[in-house]
Design a protein around this ligand. Structure first.
Ligand SMILES: [Zn+2]
Length: 264
């Protein structure tokens, strides 16, 4: 009888300890989910790149009403041709910041981008965040991407966009000494979320200013450099062009935007 009571207490203690552990684990899990959601909401509705604009070009004070559309992370065999078709129909030129690895994978698409009058920018070889690279690794990454793009398209890149915009001031100095301009953006479409194209168009039309550089993607998922769904980026081109033309804007490449700079 006494032994039986002891066993019961032992079982009860173990049960309590198990329940306590379970509650603690659930609390940790819940906090993890809440923190993740808050970080995601911050990323969706705020652009961290505004903190990284020093020593970069993110907007150009132009003499005329001009804006530049930029597409990152491509080329993609599926989305880039669709975006190119829409740009051709609209009769506008854009700038494509390409990932070296994707250029190697889809050389004909990179060639088509150039053949249709668009500009190619350097977006690194593997879309790695360059913040923790050594100076030598950084130079190697940019130079190798430049070589890959040049071998495949014959075009030598002169504009660099750091993946996720993350780059320290010392690294920016090195990139400039390599003959590059570092290009960020002033208006982020957040097409990676992805917002519906009508919402993106309304947001851009409401906030657009002369000399803005607009960020879109023709490849890349939320966490990976490939695999995103760019349907909304394709669909937004015709209405965006129509609405901005109504406001008197012209669409140009980064090169043309810079050549129209009031400062230079
Ligand atoms: Zn990117």
């Amino acid at each position: 009888m006494v032994d039986g009571m002891f066993d019961q207490e032992f079982i009860d203690d173990n049960m309590n300890s198990f329940v306590n552990h379970l509650i603690l684990n659930l609390q940790v899990l819940l906090w993890g989910v809440v923190i993740f959601e808050l970080v995601m909401l911050f990323c969706i509705f705020f652009d961290q790149a505004v903190f990284l604009r020093r020593d970069t070009i993110f907007q150009v004070r132009t003499a005329r009403k001009k804006v530049a559309l930029t597409f990152d992370d491509g080329p993609s065999e599926f989305w880039t041709p669709r975006i190119l078709d829409e740009l051709k129909k609209a009769g506008i030129k854009a700038t494509f910041f390409m990932v070296g690895f994707h250029v190697k994978k889809f050389p004909q698409i990179a060639q088509r981008v150039l053949k249709e009058g668009h500009i190619i920018g350097n977006h690194g070889y593997a879309h790695s965040v360059l913040l923790y690279y050594t100076d030598e690794e950084l130079e190697e990454e940019i130079k190798y991407t430049e070589l890959v793009i040049q071998e495949i398209t014959g075009y030598k890149t002169k504009y660099f966009r750091p993946p996720k915009a993350w780059l320290g001031l010392g690294k920016k100095k090195i990139i400039k000494s390599m003959g590059y301009e570092i290009i960020l953006w002033s208006l982020n479409s957040k097409d990676w979320v992805p917002f519906p194209h009508g919402y993106m168009v309304r947001y851009i039309v409401r906030n657009i200013k002369d000399g803005d550089i607009l960020l879109f993607h023709d490849s890349g998922g939320v966490f990976k450099s490939r695999g995103g769904d760019r349907t909304q980026s394709v669909l937004m081109i015709p209405p965006l062009v129509k609405e901005l033309r109504k406001k008197g804007f012209e669409f140009v490449t980064i090169e043309e935007l810079l050549s129209d700079s009031k400062i230079s």
